[in-house]
Design a protein around this ligand. Structure first.
Ligand code: NDP
Length: 487
């Protein structure tokens, strides 16, 4: 056979491979989860949660007001005083293990619902969000009866009732990051998920019921920003844990300034991702893709500021462009999809605004040529070159699939540029030289720095920031500290 006869052309594509939704049984309407039961909100108000990939409503969700928050905090207080703080760590651990196993049992359902409600590709919800959520519960279940070993020579006690507020980018995983350490350490919880992604938190409430968790140990109040503010302002909380924007984090810190309530904040980021000329460039390009386009760039630790050593800039940019052209943007439930839908119309508008700002500031925009669906919220993978340190697209968190690329010549120059940010959450470095890795990891003021990889998470590894990225750690032994009193 000649070469000509076996030519199949260049237009290679994948046939659609959609994950089935037949097994999903969402209720038409969800109440609040208070004292172990689903109850209607006192106001009788509900809002719709929609699928950002097709703008169709998935379910109605209760809008909790101040009185609902009060009921939830009272339920958590009662459960704390009468049951949970008195239970041995060993018994508590059994419940936390049970929750972990139930997440595994319902993993497929949770992954599909996560992708429908939030827009992330099923490959990510199936392979990252849900397994990591279970892993957080397994990990913390193990600590429940070993807390004295985590803090030797100290008497370890729980703090009390925790109010927890989480964002929309990793809905169930953020539930796990917040709830697992709180319960393992003997605290009870009132949690508020984001307005746009409440569904997996509601399924998690069902899981708590299935696990037989004592009533009131976990409570869920759905709603928008005012619901979060009402929770923060409730006088009977002992602890507030917040993940979200720096702006709201600052408002919460102010609101708690005159109270004894403990606070941890996991806020925004603008990570420096550094590629030295001696790095394995093909691997580094994969790292860049994973660093900024994972979860549509809705990642607080995303590698959104890329620094490439001048001598390899052309090569890196060329390889990045050609790799980006292979990214498949579209239906989050298709197993081939790399980039799903932007989480909400508001976030999509915000990202588009930044794309305009970048061009107006004089930077050069590259976007992939892929087609995007007509309905829903989409942004093509994008990057800017010819950017300056002062540009807004370099200084501000965009929270979308948009990368700003700069160059550098020397190590000291790149460290200076990398630290020129109000944030300090994460960073990354690609080099063949171990000494350079150590110099960069010591030189950058950030909570997490990856070397020759990016966006790797493990429940045993503490995560958190410096500067305007917040304070307190989540995960690992350090993460337990936020949920215990030591004496
Ligand atoms: P927010 O900080 O507004 O939201 C985070 C959580 O806080 C949500 O549950 C939100 O509720 C709630 N909330 C909103 N206002 C208040 C308030 N006054 N008091 C208490 N809780 C409140 O982030 P956004 O969703 O608006 O996203 C905006 C930007 O924040 C993003 O573009 C991104 O830059 C950054 N961000 C950073 C995250 C991170 O992981 N570090 C995560 C998410 C966002 P609701 O969603 O219902 O309004």
């Amino acid at each position: 056979m000649t070469e000509a006869t076996i030519s199949k052309g260049t237009d290679w594509g994948y046939a659609p491979a959609p994950e089935s939704t037949d097994h999903i049984r969402l209720k038409e309407r969800y109440g609040l989860f208070i004292g172990g039961k689903f109850v209607p909100p006192i106001s009788g108000k509900y809002f719709k949660t929609i699928n950002p990939a097709n703008e169709k409503a998935l379910a109605e969700v209760a809008d909790a007001g101040e009185k609902d928050i009060d009921r939830a905090v009272q339920a958590a207080r009662q459960a704390y005083e009468k049951v949970w703080r008195r239970m041995s760590g060993r018994e508590r651990g059994k419940y936390v293990y049970r929750i972990a196993r139930l997440i595994q049992e319902r993993a497929r359902e949770l992954a599909v619902v996560e992708s429908m409600d939030g827009g992330k590709p099923i490959r990510e919800s199936r392979d990252v969000d849900i397994p990591l959520s279970a892993a957080h519960f397994f990990y913390h279940a193990g600590w429940a009866d070993k807390l004295p070993y985590a803090f030797p020579a100290k008497k370890v006690s729980p703090i009390g009732v925790a109010g927890q507020i989480i964002p929309w980018n990793f809905p169930l995983l953020m539930v796990a990051w917040k709830v697992a350490p709180a319960l393992a350490c003997g605290n009870t919880v009132v949690l508020k998920p984001a307005e746009t992604t409440p569904l997996t938190a509601l399924l998690f409430a069902e899981i708590c019921q299935e696990a037989g968790l004592p009533d009131g140990v976990f409570n869920l109040v759905t709603g928008a920003g005012p619901t979060g503010a009402a929770l923060v302002n409730h006088p009977d909380l002992d602890k507030v844990a917040f993940t979200g924007s720096t702006e709201v984090g600052k408002a919460i810190q102010k609101a708690l300034a005159s109270r004894g309530t403990k606070l941890t904040l996991e806020l925004g980021g603008k990570a420096a991702h550094i590629i030295f000329e001696d790095a394995t460039i093909d691997q580094a390009v994969e790292g860049i893709i994973n660093g900024i386009y994972f979860n549509q760039g809705h990642v607080c630790c995303a590698g959104s500021r890329l620094f490439v050593q001048e001598s390899v800039e052309e090569e890196v940019v060329a390889k990045l462009k050609s790799r980006m052209e292979t990214l498949i943007v579209g239906d989050p439930l298709d197993k081939n999809t790399d980039i799903g839908a932007i989480n909400s119309r508001a976030q999509c508008d915000r990202i588009r605004e930044y794309l305009k700002v970048g061009v107006e500031e004089g930077a050069e925009l590259f976007q992939t040529s892929c087609a995007v669906p007509n309905r829903g919220y989409w942004v093509r993978p994008s990057f800017f070159t010819k950017v300056a340190q002062s540009h807004r697209i370099v200084q501000e968190e965009i929270f979308g699939p948009v990368l700003a690329i700069q160059t550098f010549r020397t190590l000291s120059e790149v460290l200076e540029k990398a630290n020129n940010t109000p944030y300090g959450l994460s960073g990354g470095v690609w080099t063949d030289k171990g000494a350079k890795i150590f110099k960069v990891t010591r030189g950058i003021k950030a909570g997490v720095i990856w070397a020759n990889t990016f966006n790797k998470f493990d429940p045993a590894s503490p995560f958190g920031g410096y500067k305007e990225s917040g304070y307190g750690r989540e995960g690992g032994r350090h993460g337990l500290r936020a949920y215990v009193e030591l004496s």
